[in-house]
Design a protein around this ligand. Structure first.
Ligand code: PMP
Length: 295
């Protein structure tokens, strides 16, 4: 477990890193967060993550009491305090300490937490041989209710789908939207490959715009692999040659079975392998970050 946690501007022992029971993050899931990854001492796509955090916060009218530069610095302090160079970083901003009652006006100051720790989402065997997933009957929150672009502290919709995966004895569940089109898994975006072309649901399907998703789209273009962001149905999943999921924690994880049907020939396919290799190389390549450089 992480030794030191960054809490409201100070590094504290993890035993002392507590959130008040009247914090609206606890009472109402009122807040936003980011999951980031540090590889070889560098935080991957730091600027994109901070940008998404500030967009999520702005969308729910939550003023973050630090600048992007200050948060970048705080992330570095947290990884250094835990002597980590390869880590998973969780950055959480809640509405803060309030009173019983939903009004955000009860909360004077947001609570900001940074945790840096190690993470292993799936076994080596899963990355080598692929995993089984199902399609869930729980549909993804409609953008008309709450935009899935907001990475909020309220994951109940996804957790209900995760229960379906657990009940089915698999690791993940794909959620469809209210029109029956494929959205995303409970904490990952989804891609399929058919005849060498990569397909992934578009922004309008109602997904979190994953930063790993964006990286994979870029890497595919760089490798002259066509990517189409179009609505997909269950039929498209069942008839795909390959399938994989993307996320900061999971990275790229191959899927070889959906609803008990083998994807393609049931083995991890060549496009998934190529993109996984390209991704592994990319995360270790230094990228210019104006924020990390304090510009
Ligand atoms: N969709 C959901 C619902 C998520 O929670 C996440 C993050 N775990 C993703 C997609 C992937 O996003 P990213 O690549 O930015 O981690």
């Amino acid at each position: 477990m992480a030794k030191r946690i960054w809490l409201d501007g100070k590094l504290v022992d993890s035993q002392q890193a507590c959130i008040h029971v009247f914090d609206h993050g606890v009472l109402y899931g009122d807040g936003v967060f980011e999951g980031l990854r540090q590889y070889a001492g560098r935080v991957f796509k730091l600027d994109e993550h901070l940008r998404r955090l500030f967009d999520s916060a702005k969308s729910i009218r939550l003023p973050i009491p630090y600048s992007r530069e200050q948060l970048a610095q705080a992330i570095n302090e947290t990884t250094a305090a835990n002597e980590l160079t390869d880590s998973y970083i969780r950055l959480v901003v809640t509405r803060g300490l309030g009173a019983l009652g939903i009004s955000p006006l009860n909360c004077a100051k947001p609570t900001v937490v940074i945790i840096a720790d190690t993470i292993k989402m799936y076994s080596e065997e899963t990355y080598r041989s692929g995993m089984a997933i199902i399609t869930a009957s729980t549909i993804r929150t409609s953008p008309a209710a709450l935009s899935p672009k907001i990475k909020s502290l309220n994951y109940l919709n996804n957790i209900m789908a995760k229960w379906e995966a657990i009940d089915a004895g698999v690791s993940e569940a794909v959620m469809l939207n209210q029109h029956g089109y494929v959205c995303e898994c409970t904490a990952d975006n989804i891609f399929i490959v058919r005849d060498g072309v990569v397909f992934t649901p578009p922004e309008e399907s109602g997904i979190l715009l994953g930063i790993t998703r964006g990286t994979v789209i870029e890497l595919a273009a760089r490798n002259e692999i066509q990517v189409r962001q179009v609505n997909l149905t269950r039929h498209d999943l069942y008839t795909a040659d390959e399938c994989f999921l993307t996320g900061t924690g999971a990275e790229i994880v191959p899927v070889t079975s959906i609803d008990r049907r083998a994807v393609g020939d049931g083995y991890v396919g060549p496009v998934t392998r190529l993109l996984t290799d390209a991704f592994r190389q990319e995360v270790r390549t230094p990228a210019a970050s104006p924020i990390a450089a304090g510009v």
